[in-house]
Design a protein around this ligand. Structure first.
Ligand SMILES: [Mg+2]
Length: 423
């Protein structure tokens, strides 16, 4: 019987540059992602990789603190892992869902390496060898250095989407909204759909519309080939009200992110599509358990992106490979990145899809030089406030939002630090 005992757990925060700062309803990604890379090493020297969002002393300490719980733990014992570090009542005091996810990824990676099989083969076997993705379109501030990359107007959005389609082959397009007044975003979304006939679309204002704004918006896009209407408002009762008046599938990645909420949505349907995030749900295996419940109760699923480098992307690819009913393209921020930390550089899109890695485990390897470079960049640049917009320092998001950004304001926000790209 194979065994692989945990001997060490390491955390390395990195920051990797984006093409341009990405705006969203709560603030922005300030021209780079900050992620924490996790390495789990066994007594035999086998290393598995994990990743989660954010980084800094607290995140690294949370990861390192797990060693006291997990030294000697056999990576094959994943249910025991779950109860050791995030049993449901202890989680009221110390919520470790995201670090559990990172360690679960690493344990699955090690299991695959020990057995010589892919993670997707450990999880039931793959039904597809490539996972199709949607373009993930953001309104963007101009790049801090070059001034390029702004997306603010409908024309800029259309040009950006068409360039991404030409480069990567996307046939589905997601607009992250909730930044500008709904009428401006409606105009942009309709222009996007008009410019790419035959493709499908999804709109996600990250829950900042009022119920009435959401109903008005949903009705105004009903003639478009929408995949779904994602988190137009916050909360299951409010989503249920929108669902009463708008004949579009409603999706969420915000209010059905655990099993209690999923049970509630089965009893009182608020959403039709559950967007599974390997980090938010605490790992790949919880996503598969949730997918089985969704399948049983006639709910659809898709693969959510909370911002990823290559390690997390690999978890999304293995999840996408095994989901039986993946009828929607997956989301990824990945194409906004200017680099990655894995050997061989960013995984390529071909015809809008990324191949599931074929090597054992997750099938990706951290590039030590890239990790060192982007760790150094993190140490120099630090984190950034995800819930602030660098162009509007006094603004903060309310739900529903009461103060939209001005779509006529083309100013380059001050204070953005350029993030370097590794040579
Ligand atoms: Mg969303």
């Amino acid at each position: 019987m194979p065994r692989a005992q945990i001997a060490d757990i390491r955390a390395t925060p990195v920051t990797v540059p984006l093409e341009a700062p990405l705006r969203h309803s709560n603030g922005a990604h300030w021209g780079r992602f900050v992620r924490t890379l996790v390495e789990v090493e066994t007594t035999d020297g086998c290393v598995g990789y994990g990743e989660f969002g954010g980084g800094g002393e607290e995140a690294s300490a949370a990861v390192r603190g797990l060693l006291a719980y997990l030294r000697g733990h056999d990576v094959f014992q994943l249910e025991a892992l779950r109860y050791k570090i995030c049993n449901p009542t202890a989680s009221l005091y110390n919520n470790r869902t995201q670090v559990h996810a990172a360690v679960e990824f690493a344990c699955l990676d090690i299991m695959g390496k020990v057995l010589g099989v892919r993670v997707c083969d450990l999880l039931g076997g793959s039904l597809r060898d490539r996972v199709p993705f949607a373009s993930y379109l953001f309104f963007r501030h101009p790049d801090a250095e070059s001034g390029a990359g702004e997306v603010r107007t409908a024309d800029q959005l259309v040009a950006h989407a068409q360039a991404l389609k030409a480069r990567h082959g996307f046939r589905a397009h997601k607009l992250k909204g909730g930044v500008f007044p709904p009428d401006h975003e409606l105009e942009a979304y309709r222009a996007l759909a008009d410019s790419l006939p035959g493709d499908t679309f999804r709109y996600d204002p990250n829950a900042v519309l009022s119920v009435e704004q959401a109903i008005r918006f949903g009705r105004a896009i009903a003639d478009i080939d929408n995949d779904y209407f994602e988190d137009p408002v916050f909360g299951m009762p409010a989503l249920a009200r929108v669902r009463e008046f708008v004949r579009l599938p409603i999706a969420t990645n915000t209010v059905v992110v655990d099993f209690q909420q999923l049970a509630m949505n089965v009893h009182h349907r608020a959403v039709d599509v559950v967007l599974l995030d390997t980090t938010f749900w605490g790992g790949i295996r919880p996503c598969l358990k949730a997918a089985a419940i969704c399948e049983t109760f006639g709910l659809s699923v898709a693969v959510h992106s909370s911002g990823e480098l290559g390690v997390q992307l690999a978890t999304m690819l293995h999840l996408g490979a095994v989901l039986p009913a993946l009828t929607f393209t997956a989301d990824a921020h990945y194409h906004h990145l200017r680099d990655d930390v894995i050997v061989g550089g960013p995984l390529p899109y071909v015809d809008g899809a990324i191949a599931v890695p074929t090597g054992p485990g997750l099938g990706i390897t951290l590039d030590a030089e890239k990790v060192a470079f982007y760790h150094d960049a993190f140490l120099r640049l630090g984190g950034y406030p995800y819930d602030r917009d660098p162009a509007r320092p006094d603004w903060f998001a309310t739900v529903p939002n009461l103060d939209w950004a001005d779509p006529r304001d083309a100013a380059r926000p001050p204070g953005l630090k350029p993030a370097p790209v590794a040579p």
